[in-house]
Design a protein around this ligand. Structure first.
Ligand code: BG6
Ligand code: BG6
Ligand code: GLC
Ligand code: GLC
Length: 888
């Protein structure tokens, strides 16, 4: 059992390798040293305060405590506590009863301390290996030491306790933190010494924890800062790594234990086993006639008769020898002077080995800390607790000395935890309760974006009402959903053919296209070019805007080698226009990011014609002006004749559909159908959905180019979702819940969250770290916790958008079903827009909502792959054909 320094250095190196193995994602499952993340991320900083309950279960004594942590600044902790017994029939009985017992003790304590009816947060010190995924949860991996209650392994002990506490109706506690005793010890000591970053227990069991760099912890996302790791070093050697140093006594002891083959390192070290090792050695020596004249007593044969306190007493300086005689006599032996000296010697060897082994493992941890910090010398403090360490007269000295010898480049202060782990557990609970309070604030904000089924039905009903107002002559002028007739009355029949130009203005990209339609084959060939429209042109004068458009057309014709060609043109113009025919469209008002002057109230086709005239280079036959929703419906309708709705969920939000002529009071005639551009983005402009608009929606509206207008669009489309997110983030930051309370210049910048960023952030495939990187790219310096919150905010905002959009669509399909007097409606919706296309969840939630709100409609969603340019060209072709027929 004597271990040379060389052996100890070797063991230290083995333990270093074990730690590495336990930390690795792939190696952890087979590692014996489990290196459990604790979700404790920082040592106390003195700002902790409040009143907490604490349970301390798993050491030699079970305690219930009340811990009062002082007001900020004054580092002052007051504790009141009560010990409760832990009889074997409880700790080795039925798990449910164990936790009921614990709950009973807690209730008793609260009763005597007058704490009933007070809602207090509780920190549970639970000194067994638990796998945690958060602070307030821990799955017991296995019992160790003296505990072996049935049915607890592999379950969450916090829920076990919570369940047991439910029986006490008059107590109300909230378990916010589960901590190992090593963690509690480290935190207790760190409250007094901020250098403390290791906690060691040498008591009934043995174990250590320390602060590890997040970047080294594979099992937890994030790489910023540190997290405390509960090493569970007691299990070192369970895979055979220490067989060379284990003795026959260690093996014998293990076989007689509650957990054979487990905790082999612990069994060479800790208080529960030390006395027993001594007994086994003495028994062997007596049997061999080397002690007590070969006499053995029945007590010496009895397991557990020599305890750690005996070992400690026998090794005491001065009284030790007398103590030894007394103890041996009590065991029914008649020791000689020489026997007593020999027995003392055995004790020393066993307890020294224990200290040596602890020192080797601790030296490995200290080296790891030093290397993590890239220091030549490490100055640190180790928090210590446990009865063996506390009551054994030589133990601390020996341990300290060996550690200093093994790691000469570490200046270690050993700090005894005077008040046990409960104080530290209260610190952890204090931080957790602050986090919980903040969480509540965040949830309160997010709750504003959660719509109930009832609210969604309300939106659907109001939308339905607005659609009807918009169609009726008397109410049309007051309706917020304008229901604009488009003069598109039929679908292409496949006979269209020819070459057409198309413009596509108003979405993310401005395009000029050449579309070649081949008759009969329902196939088109397209060539297109994207042009930028600078902000100063979007918001300059109308003349500049249309001159720019014509310039782009000229470039395109040039590029295609079509200079001078006189082609029919279809103009996709994605803004609300009042039409009197297919080739006339008066702009009602700009939406989205456009605000060129002198356009509103003007015919956009005329403006385009005039710009072409101004340029005087080519002539074009502008045959049709169409909204992008209409273009999209046509694009999809060319392939699926059942497609009678066009939906855009992109920069803006809008929908068109085929309506019965008899319902359209603004247009003469009752025969057939006509496409209606609903311009539903304006829904709510009369305040009818103000009950679900939040302060953030209002802020976005106020900061927009068209305040008070397009309220529904501003809650549902790509151009605004990022802005809503930004407003929420600003508010959360103001409340100190994000970005360390600092509102950066970037966060003040309008438009930073484009749809593509929202989509990336919300992607399920993205690890938190990547989210953080995106935020960093956007210039937002966020922690991992911030990233989680940002992702949640994005999720809440986009989810609401998809649901609102779904409620609107449900109103339309239901109307179509009822108008046609159908039991079930089958209909296809052609969809386009970056939000729908790029966002990972938008389309799914939209579809789910429609299904729920319009259960009697089978809606097929067809993504428009080719954009609305194709549809515009088809409309142009149809119009051209009809024009020709009319002339003839
Ligand atoms: C106590 C701590 O002081 O020490 C407990 O409060 C811990 O949390 C115990 O488990 C460890 O020592 P022992 O000797 O009681 O197992
Ligand atoms: C494009 C269409 O595919 O989608 C445009 O061709 C339409 O006409 C646009 O305006 C809508 O989406 P976004 O996201 O670009 O506004
Ligand atoms: C055992 C437990 C461990 C605890 C230690 C000290 O090793 O498994 O969780 O920290 O005892 O009590
Ligand atoms: C805006 C426009 C509308 C367009 C929609 C989608 O809502 O007003 O005409 O269809 O954006 O681009």
């Amino acid at each position: 059992m004597r271990l040379s320094d060389e052996t100890l250095l070797d063991i230290m190196a083995r333990f270093q390798a074990e730690m590495q193995k336990g930390l690795g994602k792939d190696t952890n499952p087979t590692a014996s040293v489990k290196m459990l993340p604790t979700f404790v991320r920082a040592i106390p900083d003195g700002s902790e305060n409040g009143e907490f309950l604490s349970l301390d279960l798993g050491g030699s004594k079970f305690r219930v405590l009340k811990v009062q942590v002082s007001e900020e600044g004054k580092r002052n902790v007051q504790m009141e506590s009560q010990f409760y017994p832990t009889p074997n029939e409880i700790i080795r009985g039925n798990g449910i009863e164990l936790f009921e017992y614990v709950a009973d003790c807690l209730a008793d304590f609260m009763n005597t301390k007058g704490l009933k009816h007070k809602r207090l947060p509780l920190g549970l010190t639970f000194s067994f290996p638990c796998r945690q995924t958060k602070l307030e949860e821990g799955v017991l991996l296995s019992w160790t030491k003296k505990f072996k209650a049935r049915g607890v392994q592999d379950t969450d002990v916090v829920s076990c306790l919570t369940r047991a506490m439910k029986r006490h109706k008059d107590i109300n506690v909230d378990t916010l933190a589960l901590v190992n005793d090593t963690v509690g010890t480290m935190m207790t000591c760190a409250y007094d010494d901020p250098y403390c970053e290791v906690g060691v227990i040498i008591g009934t069991g043995t174990n250590a924890c320390y602060m590890e760099d997040m970047s080294n912890i594979d099992l937890v996302e994030g790489d910023e800062g540190r997290m405390c790791i509960n090493t569970e070093w007691g299990a070192f050697g369970d895979d055979g790594a220490l067989e060379d140093i284990r003795t026959e006594f260690d093996r014998e002891l293990d076989l007689g234990s509650l957990n054979p083959g487990k905790q082999l390192f612990e069994k060479m070290i800790s208080g529960l086993y030390l006395g027993e090792l001594v007994r086994l050695i003495l028994l062997k020596m007596a049997k061999a006639g080397l002690l007590f004249g070969g006499e053995k007593s029945s007590a010496l044969h009895t397991k557990g008769k020599i305890e750690t306190r005996h070992v400690a007493a026998m090794e005491k300086y001065k009284e030790g020898l007398a103590n030894t005689r007394e103890i041996l006599t009590d065991l029914g032996l008649e020791p000689s002077e020489a026997d007593c000296i020999a027995v003392q010697h055995v004790c020393t060897i066993v307890s020294f080995r224990s200290a040596n082994l602890c020192a080797a493992a601790l030296a490995a941890i200290l080296t790891r800390l030093r290397e993590n910090k890239k220091l030549v010398r490490l100055r640190t403090t180790v928090g210590m607790d446990g009865t063996l360490y506390k009551i054994h007269p030589q133990y601390p000295k020996r341990l300290h000395k060996v550690v200093r010898r093994l790691v000469p480049n570490c200046d270690v202060r050993f700090l005894l935890s005077e008040s046990g782990s409960a104080k530290g557990a209260a610190m952890v609970t204090a931080v957790a309760s602050r986090v919980q309070a903040q969480r509540k604030q965040i949830d309160k904000v997010l709750a504003l974006f959660r719509l109930t089924q009832e609210q969604l039905v309300g939106v659907q009903d109001k939308m339905r009402a607005e659609l009807e107002y918009g169609l009726k002559r008397d109410t049309h002028s007051l309706a917020t959903v304008k229901m604009l007739p488009t003069y598109v009355c039929g679908m292409p029949d496949g006979t269209e053919k020819g070459k057409f130009l198309a413009l596509d203005l108003g979405g993310t990209n401005f395009r000029v296209l050449l579309v070649k339609i081949r008759s009969g084959r329902r196939s088109v060939r397209m060539y297109n070019k994207i042009f930028a429209i600078p902000l100063e042109i979007m918001q300059g004068t109308g003349e500049e805007l249309f001159d720019h458009i014509v310039q782009c057309i000229a470039d395109f014709l040039d590029y295609m080698g079509l200079k001078g060609a006189q082609l029919p043109l279809g103009f996709t113009f994605s803004f609300p226009c009042r039409q009197a025919s297919i080739d006339k469209g008066t702009l009602i008002g700009w939406t989205k990011g456009f605000k060129a002057t002198d356009c509103e109230g003007e015919d956009v086709v005329d403006m385009l014609r005039e710009a072409i005239k101004r340029r005087n280079e080519f002539d074009l036959d502008i045959v049709a002006v169409v909204n992008d929703t209409v273009g999209t419906m046509m694009t999809c309708g060319y392939e699926d004749p059942n497609c009678e709705i066009g939906l855009i969920a992109g920069t803006g939000s809008n929908l068109c559909y085929m309506e019965e002529m008899r319902n359209i009071e603004l247009v003469e005639g009752d025969e057939g159908k006509m496409c209606i551009n609903t311009e539903w983005g304006g829904f709510g402009d009369n305040g009818c959905i103000d009950d679900i608009r939040t302060q953030y929606d209002k802020e976005v509206d106020e900061g927009s180019l068209n305040p008070g207008k397009q309220r529904y669009e501003k809650m549902t489309s790509g151009m605004y979702l990022g802005e809503i997110v930004r407003q929420i983030l600003i508010d959360l930051t103001k409340q100190g819940l994000l970005f360390r309370g600092q509102i950066s210049e970037r966060l003040r910048t309008r438009g930073i969250f484009e749809t593509k960023f929202l989509s990336q952030i919300e992607s399920d495939r993205l690890a938190l770290l990547q989210v953080r990187r995106i935020l960093q790219q956007l210039g937002l310096d966020s922690t991992c916790e911030d990233s989680i919150v940002v992702k949640e905010v994005c999720g809440a905002v986009s989810r609401r958008a998809a649901q609102l959009c779904g409620a609107g669509l449900a109103a339309i399909v239901e109307k179509r079903r009822e108008d046609q007097g159908l039991e079930r409606l089958r209909i296809t919706v052609g969809v386009d827009g970056t939000l729908y296309k790029l966002h990972p969840h938008f389309s799914r939630i939209l579809q789910e909502t429609v299904k729920e709100l319009a259960p009697r409609c089978d809606v097929t969603f067809m993504l428009s792959e080719d954009g609305s340019g194709k549809g515009a060209a088809l409309i142009t072709a149809v119009a051209k054909r009809l024009q020709q027929a009319w002339k003839n």
